[in-house]
Design a protein around this ligand. Sequence first.
Ligand SMILES: CC(C)(COP(=O)(O)OP(=O)(O)OC[C@H]1O[C@@H](n2cnc3c(N)ncnc32)[C@H](O)[C@@H]1OP(=O)(O)O)[C@@H](O)C(=O)NCCC(=O)NCCS
Length: 371
Amino acid sequence: MLTETISFYLYSLYCPTKLPVMTLSKIAGIGRYVPENIVTNNDLLKYMDTSDEWIQERTGIKERRYAHRTDETTTTMGVEASRIAIDRAGITVADIDFIIFATLSPDYYFPGCGVLLQRAMKMKEIGALDIRNQCSGFIYALSVADQFIKTGMYKNILVVGAEKHSFGLDFTTRGRNISVIFGDGAGAVVLQPAQEVGQGILSTHLHSDGESAELLAMFNPGTHANHWNDGRVLADFDEAEIGQMFFSHAMVDKAQVFPVMDGPAVFKKAIIKFPEVIMEALKKNGLQTSDIKVLVPHQANLRIAQYVQQQLKLRDDQVYNNIERYGNTTAASIPIALCEAWEEGRVKNGDLVCLAAFGSGFTWGSALIRW
Ligand SMILES: CC(C)(COP(=O)(O)OP(=O)(O)OC[C@H]1O[C@@H](n2cnc3c(N)ncnc32)[C@H](O)[C@@H]1OP(=O)(O)O)[C@@H](O)C(=O)NCCC(=O)NCCS
């Protein structure tokens, strides 16, 4: 073992150019899809007590898109974005050898959207993995895909982030702190081994802190049985000897079937973790904030993105935001924004792109990419 180590060391000293260079994965194609239906802040006034002024001032959102109630699902939107990404990668559906689908609003509780997309796109019997990491879902999905490419296991991985939030939010005044924020849409990328040395995903960084799991969550349907919450009732159950705890009439009657969020607590944690995980990525690669061409933060809230920009002393042209047009599309927000940035020519070959997200869990993460 010692002899092997010494000879490898001598080999690297004298033959540095012959050392194997790890293949990175690159984004070979990117696509996005947002539904046609534009819902402005004023449109929401007929359902709840809110105002355009309040929403814009607190979140930066002017409008969002809502999917067609029956014709569009999380998967169908993912399919639309995927077709574009695959086309732009210059490959065909038959070339895709693995699917990773990130969403918190799946078509079915199970199976996941990955297999529905595989069926809808008439793909081969390839693997399909669903990721449930909410707002950081796309970064987690990208990171998993990156590992598969680096090990050489797959050559063309389709990574999708899609959400149909409009199907299940509380559109009464009771749910206004959440329902005004979220929108529908999808984004997708094709990940391939990079051909050029130094090009591709330089590193990804993933974190979690389950202490705050209940601060941004949807508890029901679930199997928690109020176990985790120190006596706090997250679900009421019907009288029954067995079963009927996943869904109950009481849950519906008591409006326990909607997401809940402690907005200020999420805000406070997000503005710490976003800069932290971006700096972690830069430090790992010996880079600085001034090296970033474009930061694409998860579009949680414009105020969060502005705070992060200020903390990191980034210029306006170094940060891409589109939350004013789409709201928070959770797992779809980064690929949609990255795709728009690329379409607008803000991301070119050789540019350093940073992706960062924070959300429910809490989970957060970043990815640094040499485009
Ligand atoms: C949600 C968020 C916009 C709320 O802003 P805020 O300034 O923290 O507001 P609060 O929740 O403290 O509520 C302030 C008041 O506005 C009211 N309010 C909440 N939503 C409202 C709405 N849509 N319209 C009008 N008033 C609203 C509240 O009821 C509260 O009223 P009160 O003072 O009479 O009790 C903000 O906390 C936020 O953006 N947090 C981060 C959320 C996020 O990014 N989530 C996604 C993570 S990925």
